[in-house]
Design a binder for this molecule. Structure first.
Ligand SMILES: Nc1ncnc2c1ncn2[C@@H]1O[C@H](COP(=O)(O)OP(=O)(O)OP(=O)(O)O)[C@@H](O)[C@H]1O
Length: 274
């Protein structure tokens, strides 16, 4: 919560972190058009943790790339914190975490986290201090001098999260960051990410194939379907905090996971007892 001095009116930011209305993305190719996203409408409030889940090819990465201004929609409205995606990109309003950590092997862990800061016109000591702070935030304070190839896959992905946080963006876009990790490591990193989200108050949009991961992490789960890619439904996740191992074993967790699964099956065209 933001501290407010006595007598001052608090400044509320009612602007959604992400707002899309009737958003469409069609890829045109020699073999025909692909409707990657059809009439998607969604509003994500500041500070939410929203997961996108759905079968391969339903447009999850496309939606994330649209938010990051890496591609331009063919139709519809998309605003990031009230701005166009291009403006948001210019102002470094978001950090992007890719499926694979994409670290530079010849740079130390600290050097990798500092990479996006190198373009800044600030003294090296300040940039180093910021990178150290981000490494501490992801639990890698003691690994600054190591090289990426000396770390496990999960640790490398944490370095890439620290790098995405370097500019202190309000919005974190994460594309299946833990998809390549074993179940136990993933569950551990889910807990770490939740802690980080609660500590920093950032808005997170998180792509995953995992129902448990989506339910555990999110305030809302957006279920998508393919051909054409569209939003099938949204499930509010009302699990209490702190969320931990017991959360995953609670009846409510099971109910919510079942609800997400039903929506996914409906999108696939399966009947309830298939
Ligand atoms: N640059 C591109 N050119 C042409 N078609 C594309 C391009 N990018 C994505 N597509 C198509 O758009 C559709 C949605 O792709 P997208 O990568 O967004 O799906 P996804 O849900 O993220 O899939 P996955 O879970 O496998 O990562 C797919 O049919 C894909 O082939």
């Amino acid at each position: 919560m933001t501290a407010v001095s006595p007598g001052r009116t608090p400044e509320y930011t009612a602007e959604p972190a992400v707002h899309l209305r009737d958003l469409n993305m069609v890829f045109r190719g020699a073999g025909g058009d692909t409707v990657a996203l059809k009439d998607a409408t969604l509003s994500i409030a500041q500070g939410e943790f929203v997961s996108l889940i759905g079968p391969s090819g339903c447009g999850k990465t496309t939606l994330l790339r649209l938010m990051a201004d890496l591609i331009t929609p063919t139709a519809g409205e998309l605003l990031i914190g009230g701005q166009s995606p291009a403006q948001a990109r210019q102002e470094r309003a978001y950090g992007y975490v890719f499926q694979s950590p994409a670290l530079l092997d010849w740079r130390t862990v600290l050097g990798n986290v500092m990479l996006p800061l190198d373009v800044m016109n600030t003294p090296k000591a300040a940039r180093q201090a910021r990178a150290h702070e981000m490494l501490r935030l992801v639990g890698l304070g003691g690994f600054a001098a190591r090289y990426p190839w000396q770390l496990s896959g999960g640790m490398q992905q944490r370095v890439s999260i620290a790098r995405a946080l370097a500019f202190d963006p309000g919005l974190l876009l994460m594309d299946e960051p833990f998809g390549a990790l074993d179940e136990i490591t993933r569950e551990h990193l889910n807990g770490e990410l939740l802690r980080l989200w609660q500590e920093t108050g950032k808005t997170v949009v998180f792509v995953t194939h995992g129902i448990s991961e989506a339910v555990f992490l999110s305030t809302r789960v957006v279920v998508m379907t393919s051909r054409p890619g569209k939003i099938e439904g949204v499930v509010d996740i009302d699990l209490p905090y702190p969320r931990n191992v017991e959360t995953r074993e609670s009846p409510r967790f099971f109910e919510l996971a079942t609800r997400v699964r039903e929506l996914l099956r409906r999108g696939h065209g399966f009947d309830a007892d298939d």
